[in-house]
Every structure is written in structure tokens, then in C-alpha cells.
Design a protein around this ligand. Structure first.
Ligand code: PGA
Length: 251
């Protein structure tokens, strides 16, 4: 099995301000000395230039939470991949469940965004995950496979050498209801297995993050699982102490 460096990515969602960002970033930078994990912060668009500046000289990567599927043109209110790469963005989250569910982003649209991010030489963090009723109906694997296959059929399996996947069960996001480590491992293993059907090297090397109510007190349990290579952290990433504890909890 190839060595996968754990990744912990903060997803600030639509939170924060110019004023609150500086002390949060400074505290994270100061506390990260001993983290084994790679760390990224996905901030709201308007704060990315300043975030990038504040992270200058640190190993922490800058990430965006969304992007347009179009290259340029008459798309009022949208942000393109070239704009994100212009300011030194490294990661872009695509297909977050809040985008899929609140903004009706389809599997096909998410696949287009994934392709667009890669063509601008940034790394997509592709989010996959089932809703509560889908889990209860026993269709978790069907849903996750459908979301994953839409991207594979658009970009091909080789593209996954330059990507990260985050499994985020929708029922666990922001609810305080974390998946158990066994539930997380089961779906992560399924995702890796599905990728391995097409390319075992890529499947073994891709990082699979878990997201959904990861906290300082459950992170090490989740991260102890074989196929859990880190986390995508929402609420807990807004508190430096909690986020740092999560970063230190990786294998
Ligand atoms: P949460 O969010 O950690 O607040 O559940 C995770 C996410 O939505 O990425």
C-alpha cells in the first residue's frame, strides 16, 4: 500500500470576517509546528487573497469552496478557475452537499467543475455523500457510486491521480451526528474499491477524507481507520484550538 500523507482541510463555509480571519489564521499557523498532516483552508472567495497573503511562508494551502464550470464570459456573479489560480489557490472543493442540495448542482455539473479545476492546474476536493433517507433505504453505495461515476466518465480514471475525495454523509454535516468510524471506513473502502476496479495504483494513492461533524474528540478515532486519510472540517475549523487538535489527530 502506498503512503498517503493525511490531509486536513478547513471548510469555513460562509463564515468569518476580515477582522476575525487574522487571529484565527495566526493561531493555526503558530500551533501547526508538529502536525504530520498537510493542511488547507478553504475560505469564502472574497477573503482568499488576504488568506493567501497571511499564509505566505507557511505550508498551509489555500482553497476555494466552489467555482464556475465556465471558463469566462457572461456569467454574472460567478468566479472562474483562472481567477482562483491567479491568486494562488491550490485546492477547490467541488460538489459539496450544500451546493448539490441547496443550489441544485447535478452530478454532471460537479463533473464539469472537477474537470475545469484540473485544467487550471488546481486540485479538486470532490465531495460525495448520501442523505439520511438514502442511508436508511440502504442505498448509500448506490448514491456514492453514481456521484463518483459521473466524474470518472467525464474525466477518466487517470485524472484521479491529481484529486482528493471527501466522503461526507449529508446527515452528519453540521448536525453533531458523526458517522461511526466503522460507517466511515465502510464507505471509504467502497470508494477505494470502486476506483481500484479501474486503476489500482490511483486507488491506493488517492486521499479519502471524511467530513461531517468531525470534532477534536472524535477525530483520532475516525482517522485511525485504514481508508480514512484525513478530514474536511466545517464547524470545528472556526476555532483554532479545535482545528489544531484535529490536525494533530491524523495518523
Ligand atoms: P461540519 O461540516 O464539520 O460542520 O459537519 C463539514 C463540511 O460540510 O465540510
Amino acid at each position: 500500500m502506498s503512503e498517503r500523507q493525511p490531509l486536513v482541510a478547513a471548510n469555513w463555509k460562509m463564515n468569518g470576517s476580515l477582522e476575525s480571519m487574522k487571529p484565527l489564521v495566526n493561531a493555526i499557523k503558530a500551533g501547526l509546528d508538529k502536525a504530520k498532516a498537510e493542511v488547507a483552508i478553504c475560505a469564502p472567495y472574497v477573503y482568499l487573497p488576504q488568506l493567501k497573503q497571511e499564509l505566505d511562508g507557511s505550508a498551509i494551502h489555500t482553497g476555494a469552496q466552489n467555482v464556475s464550470e465556465h471558463e469566462a464570459g457572461a456569467y454574472t456573479g460567478e468566479i472562474s478557475t483562472s481567477m482562483l489560480s491567479d491568486i494562488g489557490c491550490h485546492y477547490v472543493i467541488v460538489g459539496h452537499s450544500e451546493r448539490r442540495n441547496l443550489y441544485a448542482e447535478s452530478d454532471v455539473l460537479v463533473a464539469e467543475k472537477f474537470a475545469r479545476v484540473q485544467s487550471a492546474n488546481m486540485l479538486p476536493i470532490l465531495c460525495l455523500g448520501e442523505q439520511l433517507d438514502e442511508r436508511e433505504a440502504g442505498t448509500t453505495e448506490t448514491v456514492v457510486a453514481r456521484q463518483l461515476d459521473a466524474v470518472i466518465s467525464k474525466v477518466g480514471i487517470a485524472a484521479f491521480a491529481q484529486a482528493v475525495i471527501a466522503y461526507e454523509p449529508v446527515w452528519a454535516i453540521g448536525t453533531g451526528k458523526t458517522a461511526t468510524k466503522e460507517q466511515a471506513q465502510e464507505v471509504h473502502a467502497f470508494i477505494r474499491q470502486r476506483l481500484a476496479q479501474q486503476d489500482s495504483t490511483i486507488a491506493a494513492s488517492i486521499r479519502l477524507l471524511y467530513g461531517g461533524s468531525v470534532k477534536a474528540d472524535n477525530a483520532s478515532d475516525l482517522f485511525s481507520m485504514t481508508d480514512v486519510d484525513g478530514g474536511l472540517i466545517g464547524g470545528a475549523s472556526l476555532i483554532a484550538e479545535d482545528f489544531l487538535a484535529i490536525c494533530q489527530a491524523t495518523r
